[in-house]
Write a protein that binds this ligand. Structure first.
Ligand code: HEM
Length: 374
């Protein structure tokens, strides 16, 4: 006999398996009415923000099991494979902020903005849970179904956060946008072979440099612009796409010498495990560090945010007037306006998270205006 909770979780899960027959609406309604919310817990920050060998003995690599969620972010996948995040890939706001701080020395406000954006866009902010992969039966729909009658999609879902022009994931419209793609990684290796620095340890052209990323990112743009008829590269995605390239240089590099070798990069992207003798960076990287590295990658071949028109031409955006156009495009236009219809603890959690998305941009919170259920 299934308990009420199990039945509801299976019903949420049946959105994936479709093998369980659920009573129409009523049971889910009962459960949601009774479901206790969870106040977002505040991350515990460490005073130690220097260089550190990662992983420690308490965090061995264990490959994910079939029910563990993994997705498009090699940083979060690696942290889950080492138990810095829950190994099932179902995580809270505080767990994300603490894990990226400990494992990679990502600065608090930047980590909190990313974690908050993921929770609001693709998780359940009432229960403080988000999947670092796809839908999970462990995360029920939002109370009142304010973002659709389905379990939250998790960060793998295209739109809001996951977007076009990734490094090793294909655009959703033309391929697999979640899992590591060997052919795209080969392109990155090709540019490393051309523009990488030499190393006495890992060999000639084996160090991934700024120049490698500048040329690789530009080539990805040229190729995607032609291949993806519905390419979207608006300010939010434009910034996060260059930001991810900056993450590779800033967070995957070894803290000892600031260098990123091909074997180390392969360890993160291909195997989602920390390389041998990895030390996290010696100082926290905040939005300023990542913004500056992103800018230096982009400026070698200056581009503007935009999207493909139906005739296949790339049309640059007219950037809106707002406190910060990246913040506006990501957290205001992209998150569902229905978040603002909530009350009580749910609303408290949402207000806390909205505040975190605005903080590193130095903007006042602007209420979201995006569509629900996308
Ligand atoms: C702080 C919480 C984080 C969240 C919520 C997050 C979320 C995501 C998401 C949704 C994507 C997919 C975007 C796309 O390419 O379409 C992504 C990609 C990526 N993330 Fe994270 N991430 C976080 C932290 C990190 C950290 C700490 C690192 C590095 C150590 C990292 C490295 C990357 C890289 C390199 C990609 C691009 C993957 C590729 O295109 O192949 N992320 N992340």
């Amino acid at each position: 006999m299934l308990s009420l909770l199990q039945t509801v979780l299976l019903c949420a899960g049946s959105l994936i398996s479709r093998s369980v027959v659920c009573p129409a609406g009523s049971l889910m309604g009962t459960y949601l009415a009774e479901q206790p919310g969870v106040p977002i817990s505040i991350p515990v920050t460490s005073n130690c923000t220097g260089i550190k060998k990662i992983p420690d003995d308490d965090h061995p690599f264990i490959a994910p099991g079939p029910d563990d969620q993994r997705g498009p972010c090699p940083g979060l996948n690696t942290l889950a494979n080492h138990g810095y995040l829950p190994r099932n890939g179902i995580v809270t706001f505080a767990q994300i902020v603490e894990a990226v701080g400990e494992g990679f020395n990502m600065e608090y406000d930047l980590a909190a903005a990313l974690a908050a954006f993921a929770m609001l866009g693709r998780g359940n902010a009432y229960l403080d849970l988000v999947s670092i992969g796809g839908e999970s039966p462990l995360i029920p729909p939002l109370p009142g179904f304010i973002d659709g009658h389905h379990a939250p999609y998790g960060i793998s879902k295209h739109g809001r956060f996951e977007g076009d022009m990734s490094i090793t994931r294909q655009d959703a419209a033309i391929g697999d946008n979640v899992n590591f793609q060997e052919d795209l990684y080969d392109e990155l290796l090709l540019y490393t072979g051309k523009y990488g620095d030499d190393s006495p340890v890992t060999g000639n052209s084996s160090i991934v440099t700024l120049k490698v990323m500048q040329e690789f990112k530009y080539s990805r743009f040229l190729e995607d612009q032609v291949k993806n008829p519905v390419l979207e590269y608006h300010p939010g995605r434009f910034a996060t796409s260059y930001g991810e390239a900056a993450f590779v240089l800033e967070f995957f590099a070894n803290g000892t010498d600031g260098k990123l070798s091909v074997p180390a990069m392969g360890s993160f992207f291909r195997y989602q495990t920390f390389p041998q003798n990895f030390y996290r960076r010696p100082s926290p990287a905040d939005i300023g560090v990542i913004g500056w590295t992103s800018h230096r990658i982009m400026i070698a071949h200056p581009l503007r945010p935009g999207a493909n028109a139906p005739n296949g031409t790339y049309v640059p955006d007219i950037v809106p007037r707002s406190c910060d156009h990246v913040y506006y495009d990501l957290a205001v236009k992209n998150l569902p306006a229905t978040l603002m219809t909530t009350t009580g603890l749910f609303r408290k959690n949402i207000d806390f998270l909205l505040n975190k998305t605005a903080t590193p941009f130095d903007c006042p919170v602007i209420p979201p205006i995006g569509a629900p259920d996308i």
